[in-house]
Write a protein that binds this ligand. Structure first.
Ligand code: ATP
Length: 203
């Protein structure tokens, strides 16, 4: 049971990870997505809910018992200590699920997996990767995308971006940069070349 070759995909908020992983999946790539795992952990009956309720109280839940993500976001993105508290609950659970998913891929005989983790370097999960790809955009474009997509004010978007490792530090650490500020077809073409090269290398 060989471990699959693991390509980490990362980048700040709104830099294009989701678009990249969607494209890779469309072209047969196997993707383990930390955001999806994290959402499962915080969905109804999710494993992380009891600990979140204990630390953050009923105020971050809706009447029907589901997590009020907006209310929780407001708490943790305005207070670094509270954000770290939440990360302390979620990150170890996500890491455990990621390792289980990699093990499962190995059992299924899969030789290449993409591991999409927004906080790949911050959490040290890059240690699970054989190489890392970082999505790259200019700070202005990143801010514009986050404000537009998430309906945030400039200050709110800036606070979310500032809560992560600086983008240039992520880019410095990555094996490869994917520029996502060009027409989307150009990014897709680049991804296809990288995917072919990877498949050639790991087969
Ligand atoms: P988050 O971490 O917040 O989920 P993300 O890194 O997954 O963000 P996406 O949701 O993939 O980012 O992209 C953010 C926005 O940028 C989307 O509106 C998407 O369509 C656009 N975008 C992503 N990649 C490109 C690209 N190569 N060219 C043009 N627009 C892009």
């Amino acid at each position: 049971m060989d471990k699959p070759y693991v390509v980490g995909i990362t980048g700040g908020i709104g830099t294009g990870k989701t678009e990249c992983t969607r494209f890779l999946m469309e072209h047969g790539g196997v993707v383990i997505d930390a955001d999806t795992l994290s959402r499962e952990l915080t969905s109804p009956a999710g494993e992380a809910l009891p600990a979140i309720e204990e630390r953050f109280g009923r105020g971050v839940f809706n009447e029907d018992g589901t997590l009020n993500r907006r209310a929780l976001g407001e708490v943790v993105f305005s207070d670094e200590e509270r954000r770290r508290e939440l990360e302390g609950i979620i990150h170890p659970m996500v890491q455990h699920s990621v390792m289980m998913s990699i093990r499962q891929a190995a059992q299924d005989g899969i030789s290449l997996v993409f591991l999409s983790v927004p906080l790949l370097f911050e959490t040290g999960m890059d240690a699970l990767c054989d190489e890392t790809w970082c999505m790259s955009v200019s700070p202005e474009e990143q801010l514009r995308r986050v404000m537009e997509r998430d309906g945030l004010t400039r200050a709110e978007a800036q606070a979310r971006i500032a809560s992560q490792m600086p983008q240039d530090e992520k880019e410095r650490r990555a094996t490869h940069l994917i520029h996502t500020e060009r027409p989307i077809e150009v990014t897709h073409a680049e991804l296809l070349v990288l995917l072919r090269d990877l498949r050639h290398r790991v087969s």
